[in-house]
Write a protein that binds this ligand. Sequence first.
Ligand SMILES: CC(=O)[C@@H](O)[C@H](O)COP(=O)(O)O
Ligand SMILES: NCC(=O)COP(=O)(O)O
Length: 269
Amino acid sequence: MNPLVAPESSSHHAAGGRCALSVNVNKVALLRNTRHLGIPSVLRAAEACLLAGAQGITVHPRPDARHIRSQDVHELAEMLRRDWPQVEYNIEGNPTQNLMDFVRELRPHQVTFVPDSEDQFTSDHGWQFPADLQRLAPLVAEAKALGVRVSLFMDPVPEAMAFVAQLGADRVELYTETYASAFGSEREAAVLAGFTRTAEAALAVGLGVNAGHDLNRDNLTAFLRAVPGVQEVSIGHALIADALELGYAETVREYQRCIQRAYVRAESA
Ligand SMILES: CC(=O)[C@@H](O)[C@H](O)COP(=O)(O)O
Ligand SMILES: NCC(=O)COP(=O)(O)O
């Protein structure tokens, strides 16, 4: 299969340089896997989200294939290459497990390295530096040599950003669960300030900033207002849950409105 790698100038940003929305379709596959009927269709879900204005598709094929399977990763790559050449394909996973085979074969636009164990319930932490430097260095270099943008899943620790830059990665994906669980509580402002400082540190060393995990329609706008330079959010669990009630198209439009609201205030301030 031809690689999906886009020219360096292709940033896959939403119009106007705003944060792009990448829809994670893991949970569609999770439901599909409870029968042998092929429904709901992962491909049709991705297509409906793209038709409604999503800028990217994210998958996290776990080694136990509990949701996204190897066949899904390949079929999505083929569909995006054929029908949606401007759409970013982001594959997440642990490069010391099953991820690099997908990277070598499909060369997606972006790969996000996540330090999950094989049977992890869901992602719950980022890479630790300097401890993870040595084992990540050749994997980052290999993905980069294949022309794939590399993002590292990171906790909001400003001091760690220099290590990511030292590795030659392009972006960080800030692990936002701590923000999501603090949202609406007295801890929210302090937690959010940690994300702001981390994004500032990332930008200062030349990294791009992505974010994801437990972002939703309630907490997304406030996050984007407070955290500078976020280029992409990947959202799955809440978005697919919303789509069960609202449908894919209305849900994607609603998340895009959440993103737009973050910029309207900034632009009119
Ligand atoms: C890295 C990250 O935060 C997401 O990929 C999240 O782990 C989704 O994975 P699950 O859908 O398996 O929870
Ligand atoms: N990288 C985060 C992601 O893809 C989706 O996370 P979630 O919205 O399912 O928590």
